[in-house]
Design a protein around this ligand. Sequence first.
Ligand code: SF4
Length: 221
Amino acid sequence: MDDYDIVDIFSSIIYSWYLENGRKLNWRETDNPYFILMAEMMLTRTRAEHVNRVYKKFITTYSNIKLLSKANIKELEEILRPLGLKSRCKMLIKAANFIIDKYNGVIPQDKDELLSIPGVGNYVAGMVMNCAFHKREYVVDTNIIRIFNRLLNLNINTDNIKDKEIIKYSSVYFDTENSREYAYAILDFGSAICKSIKPLCNICIVNRYRLCEFSIRDNKE
Ligand code: SF4
């Protein structure tokens, strides 16, 4: 079995784990690309649980991109205050205005066009492709690198989101018609089980299949 086969099996295991254990987060209940883009931009360097607390207020106040483009900055800052990072408020307004000017107010379905939006990087663009448009697109962040490092005994720097090897593995993982759910699955798995500190290998479903190099190595030592 090569590493790509392992990623393939891992993805099915994680998906079934997610169906029972996935987090219920507000932006996961919509197909609206604007709402999903905003959620992903808010999630940058912020825990999902914190975004979940302000998200409903945000989307009811700015229920469409035009309203956000004309937002009163103080009012927006007040809504997003629990998230910190004041600069994010200006960025959201800037992004809304950019989308209105350049894309007629419609969130583009092309990754390069998404990347042209202020404040949108590879991770956010990839998540929007999968979660709003159901298009298969690899996603890499520090959590995903950590999980694959452990699973396959790699040594990729967790900040190196452009590493070619991790992009290849992530592309295999996300190569599914259900890539939206798979995206949520690996994020939840990294948050609940394969945590950065003290992963819960003893209760990890991947461990039952003797699939994870990290755990196999650990048990030998
Ligand atoms: S066995 Fe441990 S290191 Fe491997 S995927 Fe599960 S939690 Fe992560």
